[in-house]
Write a protein of this length. Structure first.
Length: 342
């Protein structure tokens, strides 16, 4: 059984040889290639080679064709500021007042150097290892994208005001973001992406209520996933336990849950409906050693492996750049040792 088969079968609750393991290691390839992080993140060739080097050393179950997700904003007109030890940040916002939403144009997702390089990375990975290892793309979900176009505070004000008085601008903005997400997703799929992670941090229980999720996010995610012809992993980037039953009806094949979510309870809720990924605390991993990592892996497997439908991973959006490499290696090795089905 190769990695792609293992991942697909686990996500659909079919028997597999062991629990799949996918460390969300987007930036660590730069260290293996001895390339500074900004240079690495800007090059599709470097990204692909870094992921291939990680796969060679770790032998885990998927590779990622993305450097980070804030690149999604560059085609909208928001340049990035790069850093030596972490992911870049946005240099400016695009929407300054609600009225700007009316004239906001949906850009071509490949209309930037950054996104072109991401498509190149996906294409290279698909050609090299796509026949046996899943190539994963990722992006910001349509409900969370506005918070980066206009700032979290203004978007929350728009959401709460229009929830009370009518959706004059909100639905227009969400529709434009949905169209962008569908187009960007399909461009990644055209280059060979087998699976898409949709990060939706503003939609998590950490940020909004279940009522708002049900009213705005749930139908939007359903409509978006309907137009995506490969499996989608939904990532709340925050607590998802209280909305997991709703996420399970969106069409997503898996949900990445937060470290604060009860893994055992989430697995029971999701069994047979949607696979679970997580829920290692990616920030705490900065302070783990190999012994702590092995214990966390064993604990997670004991809680969630039965009945298939579980994938060892960290919470999103990614494993921080400075997490010790031995921690990531132990995460994979311990899953292979303790995650085998009898």
């Amino acid at each position: 059984m190769n990695s792609k088969e293992r991942l697909v079968r686990a996500a659909t609750f079919q028997p597999v040889d062991r629990v799949p393991v996918i460390p969300i290691a987007l930036s660590q390839g730069s260290k293996l290639l001895n390339i500074d992080l900004p240079t690495y993140q800007k090059s599709g060739t470097h990204l692909a080679n870094g992921q291939l080097k990680l796969l060679e050393q770790l032998e885990h179950d998927a590779v990622f064709g993305i450097p980070h997700v804030v690149e999604d904003l560059v085609p909208w007109g928001s340049p990035l500021t790069y850093y030596k030890n972490g992911s870049p940040t946005l240099s400016k916002i695009v929407i300054h007042k609600f009225e700007d939403i009316v004239d906001l144009k949906v850009p071509d997702p490949s209309g930037s150097l950054e996104t072109k390089e991401t498509l190149k990375a996906i294409n290279l990975l698909a050609k090299k290892v796509g026949h046996h290892t899943a190539v994963i793309g990722g992006l910001i979900a349509p409900f969370s994208l506005p918070s980066m176009l206009m700032g979290t505070g203004p978007f929350m004000r728009l959401l709460l005001e229009e929830d009370k008085s009518g959706d004059k601008y909100l639905n227009m903005l969400l529709d434009k973001c949905r169209r962008y997400v569908v187009s960007w997703t399909n461009q990644m799929i055209d280059q060979g992406a087998d699976m898409i992670v949709m990060a939706d941090g503003i939609a998590s229980e950490t940020v909004i209520s279940r009522r708002l999720f049900q009213k705005y996010v749930h139908p939007l995610v359903i409509e978006t996933i309907k137009e995506i012809p490969v499996p989608v992993v939904y990532e709340a980037v925050g607590s998802a336990q209280g909305i997991l039953d709703l996420i399970a009806t969106t069409g997503a094949v898996a949900a990445i849950i937060d470290y604060k979510d009860n893994l055992e309870e989430c697995k029971k809720m999701a069994q047979g409906k949607i696979a679970i990924m997580g829920n290692f605390n990616n920030i705490e991993m900065l302070y783990w050693n190999s012994i702590r990592t092995q214990l966390e892996v064993k604990k997670a497997i004991n809680k969630a492996a039965d009945g298939y439908g579980y994938i060892i991973s960290s919470q999103g959006p990614e494993i921080p750049y400075n997490v010790p490499f031995e921690v990531i290696e132990t995460m994979v090795r311990a899953t292979k040792e303790f995650g085998q089905y009898k």
